[in-house]
Design a protein around this ligand. Sequence first.
Ligand code: RP5
Length: 306
Amino acid sequence: MGNQSIKTATTTTFRIIHTKMPKTHTKCRGTNLSYPRNDKILRFPVPDNKVSWDTPYTGYKPVDYTADSVLSGPVWADIDVRKPRTPQPRWNTVDGKIDRQSHTGHYVIDEFGVPRNPVGRTGVRGRGCLGRWGPNHAADPIVTRWKRNEKFEVMKNTSNNKPVLQFVAIQRRDTGEWAIPGGMVDPGEQISVTLKREFGEEALNTLESSKDEKEDITRKLNELFCRGEEIYRGYVDDPRNTDNSWMETVAFNFNDDDGTSVGKFNLHAGDDAVGVKWTDINSEIKLYASHKNFIHETAKRLGADW
Ligand code: RP5
């Protein structure tokens, strides 16, 4: 599919660019790798050449694991559809308000009657700590500004003369890793709304702001977020992924080009974030899941140093 523009109900205009499926995943498989938030659960080893479902892997015995927090039946989770006489979700479509479509295309339903990870084996069956069977949809706001000195001049990398870009990174409470302040798309929610909500909650702590502060933040966010550039749409190499549940995202870049809007905000970590900062972008950064790829793509698009 080529590039196209969409208009949402909030008249936000985004340029959409479609991206390809990753060839493999690395953060959700490994030897001696325990599952996030439960070090008693060890992933069954999946070497590079056994990731693909097309390659036979005799003796592949992934552990079947779904966290108690998911099995207890919160609103954000599906029921265990593998139990007999359980109503089946409508896979590969919008099922009521739940979007069960994958950005990667049509996914396969496996021999246990549940979706099969489109990238390949992970060494864990079940849902792990993800709520949905199949794709779990998220949205990632990549908010950027140019790095400036005291005179407000854009700073450059002296070795290649390219301007240095910064983005708002949050530190995740669960793994301690730095990440884009993304979050899950609520059922029926527009991505443009998720992007603003998650950025406000995690990077500006709007959940604890006063009414006046919230109004000011909302106005500035509306101005910046009304023009976004789609960077990525698809599978996320997330450490929580399993053979039957995986993360997908739509990542948008919002660049405060002249540094006069969000570039001047006081950042405050909130919700699931324990830290927040403007972070210099370069090839050395280490980030959660496949977020480094999205940041690299953003730097390329804006002609920034990498
Ligand atoms: C990642 O998990 C997505 O890219 C997004 O940043 C994040 C959403 O999950 P939570 O932060 O809500 O746990 O895969």
